[in-house]
Design a protein around this ligand. Structure first.
Ligand code: 6GU
Length: 242
């Protein structure tokens, strides 16, 4: 997979050289490049923004600069991603779908956002898909952190990136639609707190049942919206009794 990220703060994205994403890059599983939007400016001040038509606070990113950058990076089959607080909420389902794309371009906006014609222009281009996404109901100063969130969510799903593909199955927001159950390791007693007895029992069936009950209870407590969306077929007989 190829990923291009465009930002006026390319250094903001240096953590993408670390950890799992960094390893995926050095091993060639992902070709990730970060670009400085100002490289596509033509004026002496390297201007990327201007005042909004219609008035109001803040500045808007200029379509001509973004167009020059994206014309170089977007090709047939590119999925153009625009992080914005007014986008659709990012979910694990998006990460799964976008991990199948051969080429992602992430355009990081700052200020009050990018002139809306940029998304409209590329969305109208045959062979190009455009998605505007948000990482939650709060406001960030720009799209860079949201770009890193997306890259981490997508890259870990690429074949060969996560050592044990099994760990992708059981986790929160996986196929079960439930939050993950609590986990414990040694020592069995720590600061007056004991690991739940059942986990030391060696009884696989009871462990599985306990984990399922914990996942259900947690989801009901913290994310009742997720529980409400579960299909009846996703609940077993014992679940219904909980
Ligand atoms: Cl994707 N961008 C910005 N600037 N703020 C956000 C966001 C994205 N998601 C939540 N808040």
């Amino acid at each position: 997979m190829r990923i291009d990220i465009v930002s006026i703060f390319p250094e903001y994205l240096t953590p993408l050289g670390l950890s799992l994403v960094g390893k995926a890059r050095t091993s060639g599983l992902v070709d990730l490049r970060v670009h400085d939007l100002r490289d596509w400016t033509t004026d002496r001040h390297r201007t990327v923004d201007d005042t909004p038509f219609g008035g109001g606070a803040g500045m808007v990113m200029k379509p001509d600069v973004w167009g020059a950058a994206l014309d170089e990076l977007v090709t047939d089959g590119t999925h153009l991603l625009l992080p914005t607080p007014s986008g659709a909420p990012l979910t694990q389902r998006h990460a799964e779908r976008w991990a199948e794309d051969a080429h992602l371009v992430i355009a990081c906006g700052r200020y009050e956002g990018i002139d809306a014609r940029v998304a409209a222009h590329y969305a109208a281009r045959p062979g190009v898909e455009v998605s505007e996404y948000s990482i939650g109901d709060y406001v960030l100063n720009g799209g860079e952190v949201a770009a890193m969130v997306l890259v981490e969510a997508v890259v870990r799903l690429l074949p060969g990136v996560v050592g044990n593909p099994h760990s992708l199955v059981e986790e929160s927001h996986g196929a079960a639609g439930l939050l993950e159950y609590p986990v414990y390791t040694k020592p069995p007693a720590w600061r007056e707190l004991d690991v739940p007895e059942v986990l030391l029992s060696g009884h696989h069936g009871r462990v599985e049942r306990w984990r399922r009950d914990q996942a259900l209870a947690r989801t009901a407590e913290r994310r009742p919206d997720l529980l409400a969306r579960l299909a009846p077929a996703d609940l077993d007989k014992a679940d219904r009794a909980v």
